[in-house]
Design a protein around this ligand. Structure first.
Ligand code: 7TS
Length: 404
């Protein structure tokens, strides 16, 4: 069992007051808070070993390089990748998806098909639309039902020998749905297609095993798992990463440069042009160590309690409707209150110290599907408590009275 008070003491920001009230932070889907060990590790890097990596013979450069590569190894273990060079440092999920989409420009022909799901974040829609514009490929959409679950019989029908890549999130940011990705991966492969999993909203809640999943690509951001902003991971199977062309040209990613011809470096450097976010890469390893110390079983147990309690308490509010009622769901609750704009609720409860997100959550097609302008989204992390949910529910009740 998780000792939540002990865990909360690890996060200095959680004991802050916002607008004179104790902070209730329920915007974990956007970014997680950072424990003291992560904050300290950032300072320690700059105080003790700051140097550019991979190209220095001097001691600090070697220390920084070692720390960066040790962190890559930690991430490799965390997601159970076969090789460290299958684990690329990126600036985040968006970067990872763009890197893969850009690479597929050299593979796709006019008329080839890309399948995306109806519940993607814009960062897993727009890069593929840009790719279609570039190549003449066609984007097809895997539909969902009113509970916010992808319809697998429709997915099966959409797959064909024209499908070259399927791209789907593991967990939806706006609805909390956990998608049946193992089934989807196996089916994509049966059709001869590659598959990318956007794990941005999954990694805060679970530990993906990329070998067991057998996905071709798995992407996520460090800032959603207690790490710093500006760093993320793109896992790709070795064969795919060897096949795709480099994304950006520059230093680090080359073997030899002449004005006549340049040859590219081996993995992972082929995809890591320029000076990376060195501190971010190193400290992402610290963040993953922290999450593993807390333990994903404990995290899931706490978050399930928050989801069940939050759902029950919110539904006590008259006129409140939850969007995203899938059987397999994580600790995200998106909702609206009849006759009230989500933005108004968000603004009023912020005055009471409560941080929730309002709007379309960068998933406009989901809002169009439900025919709503947006939702209020409370996304819980393992350091949240049922008492905080009570505070939010009371605040929403107050806001409702003020607005009606
Ligand atoms: N994919 C999903 C499923 C996401 O939830 C997000 C960010 C991204 C991709 C993009 O991640 P980035 O780190 O590259 O920006 N989601 C959210 C959110 O729900 N609220 O703010 C950011």
């Amino acid at each position: 069992m998780l000792d939540v008070n002990k865990i909360r003491a690890d996060f200095p920001i959680l004991s802050q007051k916002v607008n004179g009230k104790a902070l209730v932070y329920f915007d974990n889907g956007a970014t997680s808070q950072k424990p003291q060990v992560v904050i300290d590790a950032i300072s320690k890097y700059y105080q003790e070993i700051n140097a550019n990596i991979h190209r220095g013979v001097h001691t600090l450069s070697q220390l920084a390089t070692d720390a960066y590569e040790i962190s890559r190894g930690k991430l490799q273990n965390h997601i159970n990748a076969k090789f460290p060079h299958e684990v690329l440092f990126t600036s985040g999920t968006t970067h990872g998806i763009n890197l893969v989409a850009n690479g597929f420009a050299s593979i796709l022909k006019p008329g080839d098909e890309i399948l995306v799901s109806a519940m993607e974040h814009h960062s897993n829609i727009v890069p593929w639309q840009m790719l279609c514009e570039k190549t003449g490929a066609i984007l097809r959409v895997i539909p969902m039902n009113l509970d916010g679950e992808l319809i697998m019989s429709e997915y099966d029908k959409l797959l064909s020998d024209k499908t070259k890549i399927v791209t789907v999130n593991h967990i939806s940011n706006a609805l909390g749905t956990v998608n049946p990705i193992k089934y989807m991966i196996d089916k994509a492969h049966e059709a001869g297609a590659a598959i990318l999993i956007d794990g941005a909203q999954a990694v805060p809640h679970l530990k993906p095993d990329v070998q067991e999943l057998n996905c071709d690509f798995y992407v996520f951001s460090g800032h959603k798992i207690c790490g710093p902003t500006g760093v993320g991971i793109l896992y790709g199977k070795e064969a795919w990463l060897n096949k795709l062309p480099p994304y950006q040209g520059g230093g680090e990613m080359i073997k030899e440069v002449t004005f006549e011809k340049t040859t590219y470096a081996e993995l992972p450097h082929k995809f890591e042009a320029g000076t990376p976010n060195i501190a971010g890469g190193i400290v992402l390893g610290t963040a993953v160590d922290y999450m593993n110390e807390v333990g994903f079983d404990n995290i899931q147990q706490q978050e399930l309690e928050l989801l069940e309690y939050g759902t029950k308490r919110l539904l006590e509010i008259e006129g409140l409707k939850i969007f995203g009622t899938a059987t397999a769901k994580t600790s995200v609750i998106s909702f609206n209150i009849e006759g009230i704009h989500p933005y108004d609720i968000g603004t009023i409860i912020d005055k009471l110290g409560i941080a929730v997100r309002t709007g379309h959550h960068c998933a406009q097609p989901i809002m169009d599907f439900f025919n709503i302008p947006g939702t209020i989204r409370a996304s819980f992390a393992f350091y949240n408590t049922t008492k905080e949910i009570d505070v939010m529910v009371e605040a929403i009740k107050k806001a409702k009275v003020m607005l009606s």
